[in-house]
Every structure is written in structure tokens, then in C-alpha cells.
Design a binder for this molecule. Structure first.
Ligand SMILES: Cc1cc2nc3c(=O)[nH]c(=O)nc-3n(C[C@H](O)[C@H](O)[C@H](O)COP(=O)(O)O)c2cc1C
Length: 378
């Protein structure tokens, strides 16, 4: 997990990614001091790539009123400040996830009633079809051709702003039941035009958006797409479909598929467990022949090392463990007693003490085991 990876013109120092995580702390779509400290701390914490949470190209595409956007100069400047800090003070790289909330927009903050409509001040929703996310959620309007063209243009404008803000990596959010995912998932796409029906038709609009963004994004910088590789619901997409979806995005110039799953319908019954989405990343990597990012319940260096070492994915995105520990990579490296990570200069004496302390604890554990059963310990 500590080996470097090159994707297009970008060199990542290792395979650990801080997975995008909504913070619900933006004001008028603008990121602020919270995001500088949150993302800055994780950039200093050893991961090779830090992803910013889902950011919308238009005001109505935010999930909640606390979600960020990138449709004006003030939002671009606020992101530039964070990107400049990461580039100036760390060896991490930083990426932006662009996405539109579709049928799951106009909802409450993550620690309120997640995915439920706002008590007041709701805005109208757009989706592939007029299928609400749940009984309490608004019924979205099915996008017209004009809506689709305007939305593609907004994604392209936000892509140009992301490039100008200095981001190293751009991800398109095509997962979790948001707008583009609602096109891909057969349970939320009931269209009878060329954007509904077969898998190729359901992927057509997400691919149009991706291709327009790819043309506007600098050629040397990578792009990934996050997909839900399994809807975990009868009649939904399966991991076989995910292989076909990945192949279409690869043909459109996608460098990496970020392989998540679910959250496309309330009927989903996922089977959770350690590294539970990694089999889908493994299939895409090895059947399509492209780079993948595994995500979901990867919480220890042993998990990440076994995934990368076995060739099941090229990158491991780690979300909740990074909420508990911004320096997850540095601390996992210390447990392995490997020095193949960079600590920020002001923290070096903390590093040295931590390595000594862990070495002492490990030596004591070995001594206790030897005393308990000398034959068992090599
Ligand atoms: C607080 C929180 C916010 C999240 N926000 C996003 C997001 O903005 N975009 C996204 O694609 N996934 C988001 N996720 C999903 C994570 O990126 C990740 O896929 C998921 O938590 C599984 O990884 P983990 O087991 O390491 O936490 C979020 C997860 C959490 C816990």
C-alpha cells in the first residue's frame, strides 16, 4: 500500500486515498476553514490522494444546504486556498468529486435525518425519471433534453473551475442513487427514449457528461468514476453489469473506476463485511483490464496490502477510519515499523517516539508469548 502509482501525468506517493466524505459545513456552497483543517490534516496524515466530498456544479444539485458547490468565483477561490495548502505543505495530491444529487437532493444534514427532505425551504429535484427515493422524498422531474444539455454544460464549467483551482484529480460521482446513478440503475430509470432500457442506453447520459468533462479536463490529469457496482436489490444492477459499465467508461477515457455499491434504492439489502465491495473492484480490474479503487470496510494495513498485493485493486479508498484518525496511513506504517512514509518536519520527534514505543510494545508481546509457550514462537 506504500508503493507509488503513476496515472497519466500524476505520480501518487502511495495507494491510500482519503475517500470523499460529506462534511455538511459549506455555506452557500463555499468551503471554509473547516474544510481547510479537515482536508489539510488528512493531507499531512500520509495518504497519497485526498478526495474532496461530492461537490455540485449547480445550487440545486447539492444534497443538503451544507454541501459544497463549484459554480462561482468565490467557491473556486475557496477551493484554491485548500489546494495551495496541500501542494505547499504536503506530498499528498488532492482530487475533487463532482456530482449532482438528483432524486436524493434537498435533504437534511448527515447527523439529522439523512436522506429525508428539509423541514422547510426544499428545492425542486431532477432525475432520470419521476421516481422518488422514498415515500417521504419529493417526486423528481424527469430530465428533458434541454435539462440534460444545460446540466452537461454546468458539469463542464465546474470541471474548468476545478482545473483552475489546481486539483490534481477529478472524479465523477455515478454512484449511490444520485443523478447519474439514477440513470444507470434500472430501478430508477424508467425512460422509454434512448436514455432508458438497455444498459448501454442507461449509461448514455452519464457517458455524455463524462466525455464532455474529459475533453475540458487537462489531458495529463487523471479522471475516475465512482459507480454502484451492485444495487443489492431484485431487478437492479449486479456485479456482471458493473463490468459492462466499467468497460463503457474505459472506452470513454476513464482512468480508474472507484468501486462502491448500493444506496440506489431503499429496498437494497447489502451483505456487509470486511472489504465487502473489493470482489467487484477485483472483477473490473481483471476482466476489463483497467485500474480500480477499492472502497468499503477496508480498515487495516493488512486489508489494503492484501488487496493491492493480490492485484484486486490499484488504490484503496478509506473513509470512516480517516474520520477517527487523520494520520491513518502514518499510524498504520508505524505499526508495520516501515519508514516508507513522510511525516511533516514539525512532527518528526512525535514520529520517533511513536516508532520506539511500538517497537518496545512488540518486543514485550513477543517476550510474553515466548515465556507462555516457547515452542510456539519462532
Ligand atoms: C460521513 C460520510 C460522508 C460521505 N460522503 C461521501 C461523498 O461525498 N461521496 C461519496 O462518494 N461517498 C461518500 N461517503 C462514502 C465513503 O466515501 C465510503 O465509500 C464509505 O464510507 C465506505 O468506506 P469506509 O468503510 O472506509 O467508511 C461518505 C461516507 C461517510 C461516512
Amino acid at each position: 500500500m506504500l508503493l507509488p502509482l503513476r496515472v497519466r501525468g500524476l505520480a501518487l506517493k502511495n495507494r491510500i486515498v482519503v475517500s470523499p466524505m460529506a462534511q455538511y459545513k459549506a455555506r452557500n456552497g463555499e468551503v471554509g476553514d473547516w474544510h481547510l483543517v479537515h482536508l489539510g490534516a488528512r493531507a499531512l496524515g500520509g495518504a497519497g490522494l485526498v478526495m474532496v466530498e461530492m461537490t455540485s456544479p449547480v445550487p440545486e444539485g447539492r444534497i443538503t444546504p451544507g454541501c459544497p458547490g463549484l459554480w462561482n468565483d468565490a467557491q473556486q477561490a475557496a477551493f484554491r486556498r485548500i489546494v495551495d495548502f496541500v501542494h505547499g505543505e504536503s506530498s499528498a495530491r488532492i482530487g475533487l468529486q463532482l456530482g449532482h444529487s438528483g432524486p436524493k437532493g434537498s435533504t437534511q444534514l448527515g447527523w439529522e435525518q439523512i436522506d429525508e427532505p428539509l423541514p422547510s425551504g426544499n428545492w425542486p429535484l431532477l432525475s432520470a425519471s419521476a421516481v422518488p427515493y422514498g415515500p417521504q422524498n419529493q417526486v423528481p422531474q424527469a430530465m428533458t433534453r434541454a435539462d440534460m444539455d444545460a446540466m452537461t454544460a454546468a458539469f463542464v464549467a465546474a470541471t474548468r473551475r476545478a482545473a483552475a483551482a489546481g486539483f490534481d484529480w477529478l472524479e465523477l460521482h455515478g454512484a449511490h442513487g444520485y443523478l447519474l446513478s439514477a440513470f444507470i440503475c434500472p430501478l430508477t430509470n424508467r425512460r422509454s427514449d434512448e436514455y432508458g432500457g438497455s444498459l448501454e442506453n442507461r449509461c448514455r447520459y452519464p457517458l455524455e457528461v463524462f466525455s464532455a468533462m474529459r475533453a475540458a479536463w487537462p489531458a495529463e490529469r487523471p479522471m475516475s468514476v465512482r459507480i454502484s457496482a451492485h444495487d443489492w436489490a431484485p431487478g437492479g444492477n449486479t456485479p456482471d453489469d458493473a463490468v459492462a459499465i466499467a468497460r463503457l467508461f474505459k472506452e470513454a477515457g476513464c482512468d480508474v473506476i472507484d468501486v462502491s455499491s448500493g444506496q440506489t434504492t431503499r429496498e437494497a439489502r447489502p451483505v456487509y463485511g470486511r472489504m465487502y465491495q473489493t470482489p467487484f473492484a477485483d472483477r473490473i480490474r481483471n476482466e476489463v483490464g483497467m485500474l480500480t479503487m477499492a472502497v468499503g470496510a477496508i480498515s487495516e494495513a493488512d486489508h489494503a496490502n492484501s488487496i493491492i498485493g493480490a492485484g484486486r485493486a490499484d488504490l484503496c479508498a478509506i473513509a470512516r477510519p480517516h474520520l477517527a484518525d487523520p494520520a491513518w496511513t502514518l499510524h498504520e506504517a508505524a505499526r508495520l515499523q516501515t519508514r516508507a512514509v513522510d511525516w511533516p518536519n514539525p512532527y518528526l520527534s512525535g514520529r520517533d517516539q511513536l516508532y520506539r514505543e511500538i517497537a518496545r510494545q512488540q518486543a514485550m508481546q513477543t517476550a510474553v508469548q515466548v515465556a507462555a509457550d516457547p515452542a510456539e514462537v519462532p
